[in-house]
Ligand binder design. Structure first.
Ligand code: KG4
Ligand code: ZN
Length: 339
């Protein structure tokens, strides 16, 4: 079979990304982060769409240039059609459709969440270069989602647990905001946690049944805890920032790990992967590695470039659909939430 070249486009939130894949190998993966949101403490949807419009042509051009291929070699164009911000998705959707018509190529729609999971199947995507064996469980933790997914094959996934309120990434970002740490706070909390004592402050764990998660109570308890301590010492946050970050991170990680262990028990599947932006967190990654030693699970950790939003993961998800002749029509419309 001739090599399959996929051009993939990701524009679901605040990163504009394009990638070129040849079979399961990534030839280029360009990500343009949008700095415009930094001053607002979160993503501003209208600004995100405008930034995607400015970024998309240079990002796609750079991806093709870096891959050192010709547009005529492409086999298909894959793009994220949801879930995400509607205006942002529309930019990627319209661009992908226009280019597909112009180059006379088939189109492939990709679900952003499934793509985070399938990123593990890119050649050399894992830190140990090991690819998950089916069936496996995936803890998907991002800014918008927190789910445990049972993966039976690339086109068969079942969500067996999810958050009933905030996502894990949102918990990091909201905790950061309360402490005046700029958006996105997750990576900065991770950085400061490295110098802090994770046992200094204790925050409550939610009591949610089954394999579901809840993070809104944690946010409230952090808010009240800081309010009470700031009333006594106005510099409380500044003086204790590293310990606060370490303690908050430890709490979020332990909430996630407890549910992962329950999922392994419930399903009898001892193979677990992590995916999504929060899978870049060093505390979570270490906790996963520890599970290998303490429980004998097989764990799969993606390389950092495949944790936060990127088009490489859209490309591999598109590749699997290509092999199944699962193409999209020009009538496809983006969706904001998973049905
Ligand atoms: O997957 P992603 O790039 O976008 C969504 O689909 O949401 O995830 C972004 C989220 C943000 O909440 C960000 O704070 C979080 O991932 N994040 C982290 C780290 N790196 C990114 N959270 C904790 N520690 C990190 N190192
Ligand atoms: Zn994502």
């Amino acid at each position: 079979m001739n090599p399959v070249y996929i051009l993939a486009i990701e524009s679901s939130c605040d990163d504009t990304s394009a990638a070129i894949l040849c079979n399961k190998q990534i030839l280029s993966n360009i990500v343009a982060n949008q700095e415009v949101h930094r001053n607002f403490g979160g993503v501003v949807p209208e600004l995100a769409s405008r930034a995607h419009l400015q970024n998309i042509i240079p990002v796609v051009a750079q991806a093709i240039h870096k891959a050192n291929i010709n547009k005529n070699q492409l086999s298909a164009i894959a793009y994220t059609n949801g879930p995400g911000l509607l205006g942002s998705l529309l930019v990627g959707t319209s661009f992908a459709k226009g280019l597909a018509i112009g180059l006379n190529l088939p189109l492939i729609t990709v679900n952003h969440l499934e793509a985070h999971v399938l990123a593990h199947f890119i050649d050399n995507a894992g830190i140990n270069n090991n690819t998950p064996e089916f069936p496996f469980l995936c803890l998907l933790v991002s800014g918008g989602h927190t789910q445990i997914i049972r993966v039976d094959n690339p086109s068969q996934m079942e969500i067996i647990g999810s958050t009933i309120d905030d996502a894990a990434g949102e918990a990091f970002d909201k905790a950061a905001k309360i402490m005046n740490i700029p958006y996105p706070g997750g990576p900065l909390i991770d950085k400061m946690a490295k110098n802090g004592n994770p046992d200094r402050f204790v925050f409550p764990h939610p009591s949610v049944t089954d394999l579901n998660f809840s993070f809104s109570g944690l946010k409230t308890s952090i808010l009240y805890f800081l309010r009470d301590n700031l009333a006594i010492d106005t510099e409380f946050i500044e003086k204790n920032k590293d310990d606060l970050c370490a303690s908050i991170q430890k709490t979020i990680v332990s909430i996630l790990i407890n549910k992962v262990c329950k999922a392994v028990k419930d399903t009898g599947i001892p193979r677990i992967a992590i995916a999504g932006g929060v899978s870049a967190n060093s505390g979570l990654r270490q906790a996963f590695i520890d599970l290998e030693h303490s429980k004998g699970y097989t764990t799969y950790l993606p390389k950092f470039e495949y944790t936060t939003d990127n088009a490489a993961m859209i490309a591999i998800a598109g590749y699997f659909k290509y092999l199944n002749n699962n193409f999209a029509s020009l009538d496809e419309v983006p969706f904001t939430r998973n049905k």
